[in-house]
Design a protein around this ligand. Structure first.
Ligand code: CA
Length: 228
């Protein structure tokens, strides 16, 4: 297994120390947060291959942290740890966007195996997507063209990811709203247009003139090559 970069969110100091030491001994790089608020900031600023998230934290609970990550477009695989083993809570965790789930007490080797599987899966989905001269780099969360790159916010990235994953297809505003902002979004529907504007600005900063995010009147948008 290649060394991976992990975020461990766990407030119990002894548990955090044990896991950090065990994972480091396997060659992985591990950052630790003991509070939900810190974890939100940390994951927004650093790109991780996978996250271990404890359910019960002193400020925000793990499920709320996870929901906020997913709403902001963070797609990093998350394994939730919990002392609760009931099916209802497992479902809640998975619905909130967890990729896997482990009940305490657990075997370290099992955590390691599951985490490495998740990090591998994450690496697969982090492949960059290319259209024309511009690639969307999920690992670095940026748009890149001939050596230059512009960083995207989490939300811009989530929108770009939809467009690049379905290049050539017409995507409706409502589809983009639900996939990027979530079905419980209650803001203005023109938020899609606003963010498409941000992405267009970034494409022009890169000097990308061979692709465009074209408006499809009355429907939505389509990422396509410009026919010259
Ligand atoms: Ca805890």
């Amino acid at each position: 297994m290649q060394p991976v970069k992990l975020l461990l969110v766990e407030d119990e100091a002894q548990m955090a120390r044990l896991l950090q030491r065990g994972l480091s001994e396997e060659g992985h790089q591990v950052d630790v947060c003991s509070r939900g608020e810190d974890a939100l900031i940390q994951a927004a600023n650093v790109s991780y291959d996978a996250i271990v998230l404890d359910w019960s934290l002193p400020d925000l609970d793990g499920v709320s942290v996870l929901r906020q990550w997913r709403e902001s477009g963070l797609s990093t695989p998350v394994l939730m740890l919990t002392a609760r083993g009931s099916t209802g809570e497992k479902v809640t965790g998975l619905r909130a966007g967890a990729d896997d789930y482990l009940v305490k007490p657990f075997d370290f080797d099992e955590l390691l195996a599951r985490l490495e599987a998740l990090a591998r899966r994450g690496a697969g989905t982090n492949a960059s997507a290319q259209l024309g001269s511009v690639s969307l780099d999920a690992k670095r969360r940026c748009l890149a063209r001939s050596g230059a790159e512009v960083t995207l916010t989490a939300r811009e990235f989530a929108l770009a990811n939809e467009l690049w994953s379905h290049a050539g297809d017409v995507l409706s505003r409502s589809r983009l709203l639900s996939s990027v902002w979530g079905t419980d979004f209650d803001g203005l529907p023109n938020v899609v247009d606003v963010y498409v504007g941000y992405l267009r600005t970034k494409l022009s900063e890169l000097g990308a003139d061979d692709i465009e995010i074209a408006a499809v009147r009355g429907i939505g948008y389509r990422l396509r090559k410009v026919t010259q």
